[in-house]
Design a protein around this ligand. Structure first.
Ligand SMILES: *Cc1c(COP(=O)(O)O)cnc(C)c1O
Length: 424
């Protein structure tokens, strides 16, 4: 979190104090550092500059159009998983020709929209989906560029909910089914076979599973090539981990790039990456204020205004986020073990557990490394308006999403009128 620093006992994002942001925009609130986004993007660009590579940011991780625009301007492509995400990419100034479309359940409407936009590739995940796309493209008089997502059956050694490349996961097609499917796709005139794809999981902190899976892809590429099926690109997905706690040791991007160079050195295809978390996680924090302290035995609770609807990862995966105090005033205060919890009526509603801190009512906390799967997974549970998002660039602050209003939460709801009560 190098763009979040303590200065005169106040936590700053770049050159802006988080106390100022709380005063101007209220809490809870997501705060992003633009420099941190650019820094992470640059790391990928530097590591892969010698290879023919397209970096497709995974939109689902943080889909605010200001963030998408940042990556679009750096020449990135996008990995989408819905028609909604395609619309966001286009609204943000992204280039449809650099969009790859992942996901196991693309609807016909989504396929149509993506065909009309002219995306780079559909990453197909089943024979049934291939048939549906072929029919849809035929009807529109178009040829759909496709790849198959291979499930390489490797263990990414991450949380089971974010492991996607094992045989028992719903994702991709088994390696042994790939060749027959490619042959079948080649015969369909409304499909153009252009690539191969994998995505084995998320928050991966070891390069070995990537290497193992990539080697399996290369073996398959050789088989396909011998059969006259030449591909234009190899997409190795996303999943690179980040450092949530000090003892997380995610691989350096340069080492990851070196592995790719080694495995694909003899190959001519373009390399596609789909990083998400690694590009945005460390660029964001959730700023929240302590409402009440409830010291007790065996647990003490600090009740904050942010909650599981704002940042779902702790409740969903028991994920650990660092907690930073925004102002340090009295270092001699007694510390105790706190659970940082929200106001929601669920025992899973915590942001952090067992933190040894000296807390005061009313103080601000920054929940760190929250730029990925934070705002994107937020909901309106308990009729809580979704929070605002601000982006800091040096000493400037941009409000990139307004806080929702309570009225907007039920503005699309209707009470049945009495007149219609007997209608069937
Ligand atoms: C979620 C997802 C990604 C991004 O994963 P990260 O772990 O955030 O890098 C990339 N590709 C696909 C297909 C995904 O579903």
């Amino acid at each position: 979190m190098i763009f979040f620093t303590m200065r005169q006992n106040v936590l700053h994002v770049e050159n802006v104090s988080l106390v100022d942001i709380a005063q101007r925009y209220g809490t809870p609130c997501y705060v992003y550092s633009r420099a941190a986004l650019r820094f992470a993007a640059q790391e990928f660009q530097d590591a892969f500059h010698a290879q023919n590579t397209l970096i497709c940011y995974s939109v689902k991780v943080n889909s605010n159009i200001a963030i998408l625009n940042e990556f679009a301007r750096l020449g990135f492509g996008f990995d989408i998983v819905s028609g909604g995400e395609l619309a966001r990419v286009l609204a943000a100034g992204g280039d449809a020709r650099k969009v790859v479309f992942s996901g196991v359940g693309k609807t016909v409407e989504e396929m149509e929209a993506a065909l009309n936009a002219g995306i780079k590739c559909f990453n197909l995940e089943s024979a049934a989906e291939m048939e549906a796309l072929a029919t849809t493209a035929q009807r529109l008089g178009k040829q759909a560029p496709i790849s198959f997502r291979i499930n390489p059956d490797v263990d990414p050694k991450t949380h089971p909910y974010i492991s996607t490349g094992l045989r028992e996961n719903k994702f991709g097609i088994p390696l042994k089914d790939a060749h027959p499917l490619y042959r079948r796709a080649r015969q369909m005139s409304s499909l153009r076979v252009v690539g191969i794809d994998m995505h084995i999981g998320s928050q991966i902190t070891d390069i070995a599973p990537y290497r193992e899976a990539a080697q399996k892809l290369v073996t398959l590429l050789d088989v396909l090539e011998k059969d006259g099926i030449a591909l234009e690109h190899v997409d190795i997905g996303g999943g690179l981990g980040v450092r949530y706690r000090d003892d997380d040791h995610p691989p350096a991007i340069a080492d990851f790039a070196a592995m790719c160079r080694e495995i694909f050195s003899e190959r001519h295809e373009q390399l596609i990456l789909e990083p998400g978390r690694r590009l945005v996680a460390e660029a964001g924090i959730l700023l929240t204020q302590i409402l009440y302290l409830k010291p007790g035995e065996p647990r003490s609770f600090a009740i904050v205004d942010g909650a599981m609807n704002d940042l779902f990862r702790p409740a969903l995966y028991q994920a650990w986020h660092p907690v930073h105090q925004v102002t340090i005033t009295n270092v001699s205060d007694q510390t105790r073990l706190w659970n940082i919890v929200g106001p929601i009526c669920e025992s899973a509603d915590f942001l952090a557990q067992d933190r040894q801190l000296a807390l005061r009512q009313g103080e601000l906390l920054a929940i760190g490394v929250a730029g990925a799967y934070g705002m994107a997974m937020s909901s309106n549970y308990n009729s809580r308006p979704r929070v605002c998002e601000v982006m800091v660039d040096n000493n400037q602050i941009f409000e990139i999403r307004k806080r929702e209003t309570v009225a907007s939460l039920f503005s699309e709801e209707r009470i049945p009128s009495d007149k219609n009560q007997n209608a069937c």
